[in-house]
Design a protein around this ligand. Structure first.
Ligand code: TXA
Ligand code: MG
Length: 317
């Protein structure tokens, strides 16, 4: 398949409404979209990404009223969080309407809904006129793509179209909150922090452990965000000198100034920059056959909690 590359949201939307798969930029990462109500198109996502079929997709909307096409019921807590954080990097899980095909939600009776804030995403979703289900636009198991080039690397020839734009603003995926019950439950950390959610709905809980999350959100069971290189997390006390000059093809990302001894080293001036750069750095390391990537740990609050979640998943064996 010849993948069309365009900067026109209208052209990309026309391809999507004809049943094609379109990768598009959001403020978090690039997504791989299909018309949420076209069962055959949705099924193609799992083939193109080589994604396990038990991993549910997030539905993206351009207008708030589209929530009613997707959700059977909008709970009070959902209304509060939507009022505060839509459009933005937040996914709300609700009971789904019968219109949504089973394949989109991996058979769950719920659906994740998100309204991106990035202007290209907004224009594209408005032009589509239909909700668009989209996972991150990477091959399954690879780091989420934050640049057009990363999408091309994984999906060129496998999808109908890429809507090309700049690198995404945030660089890690949306916060996912289950709002089906009385108490909102944080399923995946993202740049909207638990503290921010609690400032709107004070009872918001963090899912206690991975088993609990996996039972509500099957996708989290799968290996994620992983470069081919081994990822090692450096605590603040770790002495970087111990990892230098050992002869391996090693790389480093974090806050320290390291001049020599690593094939690649990226020094970030703050946490926002670290989150923005991380996945592309992982990919750059893979392009150059790096064996080990050393990553500074960060304090676990706000965006730092999301960043540590991604680092830990990438560091899993
Ligand atoms: O920022 C993002 O969320 C990006 C952009 C493209 O919007 N999308 C993204 O999608 O990261 P994906 O498929 O890579 O991750 C979706 C996550 C998975 O952990 C999945 O299990 C969870 O959301 N999820 C989706 N639908 C769910 C549902 N109905 N119930 C619980 N978890 C759900
Ligand atoms: Mg993903």
């Amino acid at each position: 398949m010849q993948t069309v590359i365009t900067t026109s949201p209208a052209e990309a939307a026309a391809i999507l409404t004809r049943g094609g798969l379109v990768a598009f930029p959001t403020e978090t990462v690039y997504g791989l979209g299909a018309d949420a109500f076209n069962e055959d198109a949705v099924a193609k996502i799992f083939v193109a990404k080589m994604r396990p079929s038990d991993n549910p997709l997030i539905a993206h909307i351009g207008r708030p009223d589209q929530i009613n096409e997707l959700a059977a019921e909008v709970t009070e807590s959902a209304k509060l969080l939507i009022g505060e954080f839509f459009p933005g990097p937040l996914t709300i899980v609700l009971r789904r309407s019968k219109r949504v095909p089973d394949v989109a939600t991996a058979g769950l009776d719920t659906i994740g809904i998100r309204m991106p804030a990035a202007s290209t995403a907004k224009e594209f979703l408005i032009a589509c006129g239909t909700p668009v289900v989209a996972p991150s636009a990477n091959l399954s198991g690879r780091p989420s793509p934050t640049t057009f080039e990363a999408v091309l690397e994984d999906l060129d020839g496998r999808i109908a179209c890429i809507l090309k734009s700049d690198a995404t603003d945030i660089g890690i995926e949306s916060t996912v909150v289950d709002c089906t019950g009385d108490v909102p439950l944080l399923l995946r950390r993202g740049s909207i922090s638990l503290e921010q959610l609690r400032s709107i709905v004070a009872t918001t809980a963090a899912a206690a452990d991975d088993d609990m999350i996996a039972s509500r959100s099957p996708g989290t069971r799968h290996r994620h965000y992983s470069p081919r290189a081994r990822v090692k997390i450096l605590t603040a006390e770790a002495n970087i000198e111990n990892y230098l000059y050992s002869g391996g093809r090693f790389a480093y990302i974090g806050f320290r100034l390291v001049d020599e001894g690593f094939v690649f080293a990226k020094t970030c001036s703050n946490m926002v920059e670290y989150a923005h750069e991380l996945f592309e750095f992982f990919r750059e390391c893979d392009r150059h056959g790096i064996e080990e990537i050393y990553c500074d740990a960060v304090p676990e609050h706000g965006l730092g909690a999301a960043l540590m979640d991604r680092l830990r998943r990438a560091a899993e064996d």
